[in-house]
Design a binder for this molecule. Sequence first.
Ligand SMILES: Cc1cc2nc3c(=O)[nH]c(=O)nc-3n(C[C@H](O)[C@H](O)[C@H](O)COP(=O)(O)OP(=O)(O)OC[C@H]3O[C@@H](n4cnc5c(N)ncnc54)[C@H](O)[C@@H]3O)c2cc1C
Length: 317
Amino acid sequence: MAGIWIFAEKREQALELLNIGRRLAAKTGTAVSALLPGNPDAARDYIAHGADEVLLLPPLAADQSCEAYLPVIVEEAKTADPDVFLCAATPRGKELAARIAARLETGLCSSCIALNYDEGGKNLEMERIAYGGAAIQKVTCLTRPVMATIPPRTFEPVTAEAGREGHIRKLPAPPPSRVRVLERKVRTRETRDITEAKVVIAVGRGFEKPEDLALARQLADALGGEIGCTRPISEENHWLPQELCIGLSGIQIKPDLYLGLGVSGQIQHVTGIRNAKVIAAVNKDENAPIFGVADFGIVGDLYDAAPKLLQELKRGS
Ligand SMILES: Cc1cc2nc3c(=O)[nH]c(=O)nc-3n(C[C@H](O)[C@H](O)[C@H](O)COP(=O)(O)OP(=O)(O)OC[C@H]3O[C@@H](n4cnc5c(N)ncnc54)[C@H](O)[C@@H]3O)c2cc1C
């Protein structure tokens, strides 16, 4: 079944890829196949969410890594000959995608943020951020399958459709791998994961001292949100951990509300908030670039505006 293939280790990322996969399949009149690692129970769920076919990858042994799937996926791709192969741009997804592309001798557009067929419906035009966020690069791949890795939260997860039907097919067990996992350690986070937060208060260099971040925390608490930051706050000042840095070299967020306090809004930061539903900012410089992307802005001192916002929120609650 040639068509669109998707691969993600986690369900939420698979649903995002199924969303874009369905859109591309509708344009070309092809089908969507989802590679599902490990969990056969999820196959029906994937079909309800837009997969026409689920290719079940057998569960991995404790000492196997995702890399073990490589020969199985490559062999299946050679036979099935998909037109497009999309992988979630997670650390493992990126590694696997690059190795699959090399073995299939095809091109790979990494960290792709948009995919559209050209007018003739033949070539897939993919977009990715280039030059540190200063430009959008358009990529067309002349070999097949067209491969791309897509950062999590680039697309909305697809919603389920009752009564959808599809095929489920088991792929063979992977041959012995040259890589053996000796130990697994759960990464401990210093903070909560803000990529899922509905409200994010981002702090920038407009803050004078680390103690003042309490103001941002109070605002975040009042709005049921979390705090994030610009790169200088985490990397230069070390006031907040790196995992809270939003932007090109940090995380992409998708909150309902982003409020930047003392954030200038350089492109490398703004890249991480492209998908925020509402962007608001407080900055004392009316020419700050953040106002170019903000839906709401206050030109003023954050030390004056933030306590007032807090007061209003408390009054309203
Ligand atoms: C390759 C590369 C990757 C990068 N990746 C990232 C990234 O992932 N994330 C990121 O954030 N940055 C990143 N950067 C850095 C980025 O270019 C900016 O330097 C950074 O985002 C600026 O942070 P800032 O807004 O906190 O500071 P500044 O640019 O210094 O802005 C501070 C703002 O605060 C305002 N201000 C000052 N005092 C007050 C006050 N009292 N009240 C209100 N406003 C006030 C000022 O008017 C100013 O606009 C990257 C840079 C490069 C080259």
